[in-house]
Design a protein around this ligand. Structure first.
Ligand SMILES: Cc1cc2nc3c(=O)[nH]c(=O)nc-3n(C[C@H](O)[C@H](O)[C@H](O)COP(=O)(O)OP(=O)(O)OC[C@H]3O[C@@H](n4cnc5c(N)ncnc54)[C@H](O)[C@@H]3O)c2cc1C
Length: 257
């Protein structure tokens, strides 16, 4: 078959997102189809990096390059084209980047991850210069710019990311106040029954935080007598469901823009 005709028949896959989902999809597609055209687009970074290790970069234990699980040339070797840019529009045959560039596709995969929940509290907009999430490389950059030894920080949200952020800020000598909705932090992972075993560890962790954090950690056993799903926790579940729905709808809105 003449090579020009052959190349016209290749399936064109476009993947939006180069996180673990997008990168795994690209490599799996390549294994299944040696000739396909595969393009992976990301607005955040040139290369797939491990988001789960973001805290180690913040604590200067790893460089940004260390966060990349693969050698950079692996993508060229597998003929996976990387495109840096935010997708602003999708139509039946192609995606358009903010730069105006258009990329055609036969098959499109959205591997765009999740969006952090930005609460609509009164006053949040006025606090925007010191108000950050801890999800993306851009967030890391902003967190690093705002980090001041002996400065004060408030972390809202007692999930895994909140816990990690507290650890990072405490590592940099900041005085951290940790606001959580549930009776204890990281409730998804820590069941009521596990608290007696976890308490000594929590108290050790609190030594690195503020005096208030240490005091709160020591007063936490009282929360252990709460029923597994307290009123505040079930309110939290409802709020999380709402937040999830909002994030989903925000993501689709963003993709339509
Ligand atoms: C600090 C932190 C710690 C975590 N720790 C853990 C952990 O210990 N264990 C665990 O299991 N999970 C952890 N997670 C969650 C885990 O990182 C995510 O579940 C995982 O990254 C999701 O992968 P993904 O590929 O679906 O999306 P993502 O990693 O979010 O990647 C999506 C990509 O799509 C790109 N994108 C989105 N929209 C567009 C657009 N319009 N145009 C172009 N590009 C776009 C984004 O820039 C991003 O690069 C952690 C998350 C964070 C933030």
């Amino acid at each position: 078959m003449p090579s020009s005709l052959y190349s016209d028949l290749r399936m064109r896959y476009v993947i939006i997102g180069n996180g673990v989902a997008g990168a795994t999809a690209a490599m799996t597609l390549r294994k299944r189809d040696e000739t396909a055209s595969i393009t992976m687009i990301s607005g955040e970074s040139d290369y797939f990096f491990s988001r789960t290790a973001l805290m180690y970069a913040y604590m200067d234990r790893m460089t940004l390059r260390d966060l990349e699980p693969f050698e950079r040339n692996v993508w060229d070797k597998q003929a996976i084209r990387r495109v840096r840019g935010w997708v602003r529009d999708i139509n039946a045959g192609g995606v358009t980047l903010e730069s105006g560039e258009s990329i055609p596709y036969d098959r499109l995969l959205l591997a765009t991850g999740a969006q952090p929940n930005r609460p609509s509290w009164e006053g949040v907009d006025h606090a925007s210069s010191g108000f950050v999430h801890f999800v993306s490389l851009q967030d890391l950059d902003q967190c690093e710019r705002l980090t001041q030894p002996a400065g004060k920080a408030i972390v809202v949200g007692g999930g895994l990311i909140g816990v990690e952020l507290v650890e990072c800020l405490a590592h940099h000598g900041m005085d951290v106040t940790f606001l959580i909705l549930e009776p204890w932090y990281w409730p998804v992972a820590m069941a009521t029954e596990s608290m007696p075993f976890m308490m000594p560890l929590l108290c050790v962790a609190a030594r690195y935080g503020s005096a208030e954090a240490k005091r709160d950690a020591w007063t936490m056993p009282s929360a252990m007598s709460s029923p597994p799903m307290s009123k505040s926790a079930s309110a939290g579940t409802g709020m999380r469901q709402e937040a999830r729905a909002r994030r989903r709808s925000a993501r689709f809105d963003r993709m339509r823009r």
